[in-house]
Design a binder for this molecule. Structure first.
Ligand SMILES: C[S@@+](CC[C@H](N)C(=O)[O-])C[C@H]1O[C@@H](n2cnc3c(N)ncnc32)[C@H](O)[C@@H]1O
Length: 306
């Protein structure tokens, strides 16, 4: 199996455990021998693969304790590279998992200089030409993703993908975690900590597709059948975090910082990031006070290689 866009946090071992549990369960029921499992962990070359590898012995120890001595070995392999191109040998995989990744494009579309003023992602005020350019980039990237995976998966192999999307073709909201980050940058312009031109020339490589777009691309590429597509709203801040000490703004700011800091500091410089994420936390706190809680739209898609 492969986990694409695995990052270097503990979620990696959660998904591997779940897959191993399922395989063990099925094999026990059918009285099959448990197969050898090889897990390929992919992310961009800058990912902290060393941190993952250092956690592997502890993971195996926990697994062996939980399952008794494992019957067959499981090996874990790092694969640096972009999932928008080929990563694995032909027909070498049975299962591909990718969570929280595919709304990130391979790049910001070219030619957007000064066109999405005051925004760093698509919002209600973004011009049609900007939306079109992002949609085109998503189409190119998602097609390349499907084409590469179609060659790497065995016939009958499965993919489980989770990523952010939007409700309908023409519904863009400002109620987006990253739109609020754009607003925090605009606030820093008025405090003269950031240049207006720098905000106008910056876009995140982010695109949230709607259902129709996905079906169209999957059908046109033709390699995969759609098993299930589930769409669910997820609270920005988990509901159970309601003790008096808990600060929603701070909580969300840390998450958004982990995902976007590198891109932000590359464009705006390191000096601005602390002020930006403090401002962002305050803005989020204000936003949530008025909105109760923000929502993300998650698409869970299962695809089978024909
Ligand atoms: C929000 S993290 C998700 C991490 C993990 N899958 C999870 O759900 O906790 C997104 C990850 O996707 C990776 N990523 C983004 N674009 C990628 C690409 N083109 N190829 C491989 N990984 C990519 C990022 O480096 C980052 O680690």
């Amino acid at each position: 199996m492969a986990d694409l866009g695995c990052s270097s946090g503990p979620n990696i071992f959660l998904i591997i455990s779940q897959v191993i549990d399922s395989i063990h369960g099925i094999c026990q029921q059918a009285q099959f021998q448990v197969p050898e499992i090889r897990v390929f962990l992919n992310d961009l070359p800058g990912n902290d693969f060393n941190a993952i590898f250092q956690s592997v012995p502890g993971f195996f120890e926990r697994l062996n304790k939980a399952k008794g001595k494992m019957v067959e070995p499981c090996s874990i392999v790092g694969v640096p590279g972009s999932f928008y191109g080929r990563l694995f040998p032909t027909r070498s995989l049975h299962f591909i998992h990718s969570f929280n990744c595919l709304h990130w494009l391979s790049k910001v579309p070219a030619g957007l200089k000064d066109t999405n003023k005051g925004n760093i992602c698509i919002t209600k005020s973004s011009p049609g030409s900007v939306i079109k350019a992002f949609a085109k980039q998503f189409e190119t990237d998602f097609s390349a993703f499907l084409s590469s995976r179609s060659q790497e998966l065995m016939p009958g192999g499965q993919m489980l993908l989770l990523f952010q999307g939007r409700h309908s073709q023409n519904r863009w909201t400002d109620d987006c975690i990253f739109a609020l980050l754009g607003q925090a940058l605009v606030d820093l312009v008025s405090e003269e900590l950031v240049k207006e031109a720098d905000v106008d020339n910056f876009n995140l490589p982010l695109y949230k597709p709607w259902k129709g777009e996905l079906y169209e691309i999957i059908e046109r590429e033709g390699w995969f059948g759609v098993g299930r597509m589930e769409i669910s709203e997820v609270d920005w801040v988990p509901r159970d975090k309601d003790d008096a000490e808990f600060q929603s703004g701070h909580y969300l700011s840390n998450i958004v910082r982990a995902v976007s800091e590198q891109m932000i500091s590359r464009h705006f410089g390191d000096a601005v990031t602390d002020s930006l994420f403090i401002k962002y936390a305050t803005n989020v706190e204000d936003h949530l006070r008025h909105q109760n809680n923000g929502k993300l739209l998650n698409f869970l898609v299962s695809l089978t290689r024909k």
